[in-house]
Design a protein around this ligand. Structure first.
Ligand code: AMP
Length: 199
């Protein structure tokens, strides 16, 4: 199953991607995490993207598309994956579709996490990442509005909104029922029965 989790910063995509990846036994691919790994390891890529991440701006150019393309080629992503934070632009969506089309695949589901701004800001400030300062948060929320339009415009028919309020467990349950118990059952995920969510 090829899934994109989309939504504003702080909405809980990372946590939910991690849980869902474990349930579905497919990799969680987060471009933000990949960039932060490069920054922590002092790589050339890390050095070149740091200022954008610190400012809450999208990393420009094809750097993001390259790291995703490379990651998707690994064997563990052949049966499916959860993309978190990618695509965020029309070009990135086109690149993703092209990579998948080459192997006869396509994106199956786009889940858009929805939460009001006040709740988002408090979750972000509680998280306390280095790009979670008030100014940068505001900028990232603005940048996200554009991303949202792009994703809806491009993947409209397969986008489902998800209410991202509540506890981690509640959101996880909602996410699984949104993805559909039948699809999960088809994948052999233990405990998936029609109308019954897991976790
Ligand atoms: P995230 O962890 O998804 O909130 O991403 C953190 C930061 O990484 C973003 O604010 C951007 O600076 C950068 N980033 C992550 N994903 C992308 C992407 N798809 N395109 C461009 N920049 C990205």
């Amino acid at each position: 199953m090829r899934i994109i989790l989309s939504g504003p910063p702080g909405v809980g995509k990372g946590t939910q991607s991690h849980l869902l990846a474990r349930t579905l036994k497919i990799p969680h691919i987060s471009t933000g995490d990949l960039f932060r790994w490069h920054i922590a390891n002092g790589s050339t890529l890390g050095k070149s993207v740091k200022s954008y991440i610190d400012a809450g701006e999208l990393v420009p150019g094809v750097a993001t598309e390259r790291i995703v393309a490379e990651r998707l080629l690994r064997d563990d992503a052949a049966a499916g994956f959860i993309l978190d934070g990618f695509p965020r632009t029309y070009d990135q969506a086109r690149v993703l579709d092209a990579i998948l089309a080459r192997r006869g695949d396509k994106v199956d589901h786009v889940i858009e996490f929805v939460l009001d701004n006040a709740e988002l800001e408090s979750r972000l400030l509680a998280r306390g990442r280095s790009d979670d300062t008030e100014d940068v948060i505001r900028r990232r929320l603005t940048v996200y509005e554009k991303e949202r339009e792009t994703i809806l415009g491009h993947y409209g028919p397969i986008v489902t909104e998800l209410d991202a309020s509540g506890s981690v467990g509640e959101i996880a349950e909602r996410l699984l029922s949104t993805l559909g118990a039948q699809v999960l059952q088809a994948m052999g995920v233990h405990g998936a029965r029609s109308g019954q969510a897991m976790v």
